[in-house]
Write a protein that binds this ligand. Structure first.
Ligand SMILES: [Ca+2]
Length: 203
């Protein structure tokens, strides 16, 4: 209980504590390093599923010939904004710095009526696999996954975040992909952050 109180106090005073300043040319903490993480660009008209050439969603990439961008409609809302994507293969490479703490999160949902699997990997290593069973769903059932991690100390200045989906008649959907540098000094490690950080979930 004392431990909880300590962390709660840390959160309350965090905004006035000195934090690491952004280094020259580096984005500050809480800047989303993922470009177009909510798939809101390009802004697509109407309430139909849009088949979009990969070049229009760069720097997102896919092994497919197009992205499938879904609109938010009253019966099937997006998790963030008004657009989200169905995953066959979707990835983006972002710059990171070694030995720095980051927070990664995204929303995911089965496609209604479809049973599928969603795999998430960092630089080719699978960090999580989700069973996405949309049987019985008439709309999206969004869940948020979040985790903190310490970037490796070895020289590695980029991180490829990749989503892969497998489904018979469609695949899982993602939205609101975020990678942020945590505004903490190096004496606080990920295990402590995970206890006190209010937005970390594992669903
Ligand atoms: Ca969105």
């Amino acid at each position: 209980m004392k431990t909880k109180a300590l962390f709660a106090g840390l959160l309350l005073v965090a905004p006035v504590l000195p934090i690491l300043s952004a280094e020259e040319g580096q984005p500050g903490p809480w800047t989303n390093l993922v470009v177009n993480g909510s798939f809101e660009l390009p802004s697509l008209p109407g309430d139909i599923v849009n088949i979009v050439p990969p070049s229009e969603l760069e720097p997102w990439q896919t092994a497919e010939s197009a992205f499938s961008v879904w609109p938010s409609v009253p019966t099937a809302l997006a998790a963030d904004g008004r657009q989200h994507v169905e995953v066959v293969s979707v990835w983006q490479t972002v710059p990171i710095r070694p030995s720095v703490d980051y927070h990664f999160s995204f929303y995911h949902s089965p496609r209604p009526g479809v049973d599928s699997t969603l795999t998430v990997s960092f630089n080719g290593f699978v960090i999580r696999r989700f069973a996405e069973n949309g049987s019985g769903l008439t709309g999206f059932n969004w869940k948020r996954y979040g985790t903190n991690f310490l970037a490796p100390s070895s020289p590695n200045d980029s991180l490829t975040i990749r989503f892969d989906g497998i489904g018979v008649a469609g695949n899982a959907h993602i939205d609101g992909v975020v990678l942020e540098r945590l505004p903490l000094n190096s004496t606080i490690r990920a295990s402590e952050v995970e206890v006190c950080w209010p937005t970390v979930t594992a669903t």
